[in-house]
Design a protein around this ligand. Structure first.
Ligand SMILES: Cc1ncc(COP(=O)(O)O)c(C=O)c1O
Length: 435
């Protein structure tokens, strides 16, 4: 029985609140301990955050030192030495031949709001103030602040909250014709196209032909191309950033989550030299600021994360893990009848599921699969007709074997539960099968 606490957690319905089995207490390496005493293997890196695992000591030490040396330094009408250093390091990391400037933010959502401001002001400064429309992908996710919620292409109840989507358009991922048609009609109003290189909902990668068409259309129509790498960044898909494998880089790159290994409320928009140059005129001010953005502890965490990524050769670790994951997922597809295939790339994967009738598993069943896998000892993430796996790049072979064993056990338990419910439809759902 759950007792509701003062905490109002994000996106968790009331019937699941106050449950100790969903209340994390601490985490280390790739394991999370919960208030009910269980320790679970994390198969999601805390949702794309802790790519290097939980409790990295070098990052923790760097943050502690920064807090002692300067509790807080503002970037409102000032600069700070640590923010300069973190910005330089990010430009180097992303590619100094293309990127030139760095804006700090405090979340992926706020950074996407910032992207929309940069894109609109960029065009206004160049004499095209009518270019205000921002295009996102259907099914894409960019956050839940008002701007990013509008851009998010998943239906998450935007109208109820009065989210204004008049300056946003959504197109189907990997549908080149739809994008070309939209641009053919409205190019002079389009400020930017914002894409996740791999859509977080369902782990759907953008196809090479689609990226090529995006780049061609950018050349033709002059919109800014934005890679939202909040989830794909920091080694998740086989390179430091997924867009580094594109034939040409985006104009703006958004990073968060893995940026500090999940330790800080931190995000960044890395801006190409060409775009940044439009803001160089005297008196030009971009009206954005977040009190805690680029604070000393955040910058220390960013610098330490970059150093740790290098020291551990984390991108290579992730690539090796991805190869083993490929093989494991192939076996899973071969073994389990409800697994119809996998999507994704690198350590950013989805296991597609079907019901007993062979049709894609209904949405209401997915949280039950996630709960059954949790019951079996691992944390995975729900997606459309799938469960998603984003293991830490630092997973050992034994960690991966354990993850797959727990996924298998959870899938088997869920399948057995489904069969039992089909045989006796009025029986109450067992308590382990909750979202
Ligand atoms: C691609 C992408 N963009 C933006 C966000 C929003 O980030 P935040 O929750 O920090 O606002 C997320 C969060 O999962 C994301 O995956």
């Amino acid at each position: 029985m759950s007792t509701r606490q003062a905490l109002w957690p994000s996106l968790l319905p009331p019937e699941l609140q106050g449950d100790d089995s969903l209340c994390a207490v601490s985490a280390e390496g790739v394991r999370v301990r919960f208030a009910d005493g269980r320790e679970l293997l994390c198969g999601t890196s805390g949702l794309w955050n802790c790519n290097l695992g939980y409790g990295n000591p070098a990052i923790a030490d760097a943050v502690a030192t920064a807090l002692r040396e300067a509790s807080y330094l503002t970037l409102f009408r000032y600069e700070s030495a640590c923010a300069r250093q973190a910005a330089d390091a990010l430009v180097d990391l992303c590619g100094a031949e293309h990127y030139g400037r760095v804006l700090f933010s405090t979340s992926g959502g706020a950074a996407n709001d910032l992207v929309m401001k940069v894109a609109r002001l960029y065009h206004a400064l160049r004499g095209e103030p009518r270019r205000k429309v921002v295009v996102g992908l259907r099914g894409g996710y960019h956050g839940l602040t008002f701007g990013s919620f509008a851009l998010t292409g998943e239906d998450l109840g935007q109208p109820v909250y009065g989210v204004d989507q008049r300056l946003v358009r959504h197109v189907t991922p990997n549908d080149t014709a739809e994008l070309a048609t939209l641009l053919g009609r409205q190019a002079d109003r389009i400020a930017a196209v914002v894409v996740e290189p791999v859509l977080g909902s369902g782990a759907i990668p953008l196809e090479a032909e689609y990226v090529a068409e995006l780049l061609r259309l950018r050349e033709e129509h002059g919109f800014l191309l934005v890679a939202d790498e909040v989830a794909t960044g920091f080694g998740r898909t086989g390179s430091l950033f997924a867009s580094q494998r594109w034939p040409e880089p985006p104009d703006l790159l958004v990073a968060s989550k893995g940026l500090t290994n999940g330790t800080m409320a931190a995000a960044t928009v890395v801006v190409s030299r060409g775009v940044a140059a439009a803001f160089d005129g005297p008196g030009t001010v971009l009206t954005h600021g977040e009190t805690q953005a680029g604070a000393p502890a955040t910058c220390a965490a960013i610098l330490a994360t970059i150093e740790e990524m290098r020291r551990l050769d984390a991108v290579a670790l992730g690539r090796n893990l991805a190869e083993r994951l490929d093989r494991e997922l192939e076996s899973l597809v071969a073994e389990r009848p409800e697994v119809t295939g996998t999507t994704g790339v690198g350590c950013f994967r989805a296991v597609r599921l079907a019901g007993p009738d062979g049709a894609p598993l209904p949405h209401a069943e997915v949280p039950k699969v996630v709960a059954a896998i949790r019951e079996a000892g691992a944390i995975v993430h729900p997606g459309p007709h799938c469960v998603q796996l984003f293991p830490a790049l630092t997973y050992t072979e034994a960690d991966l074997a354990e993850l797959m064993e727990r996924v298998r056990a959870g899938l088997a338990a869920h399948a057995a539960g489904l069969a039992a419910r089909a045989a006796a439809p009025d029986r109450p759902v067992p308590s382990g099968a909750r979202g």
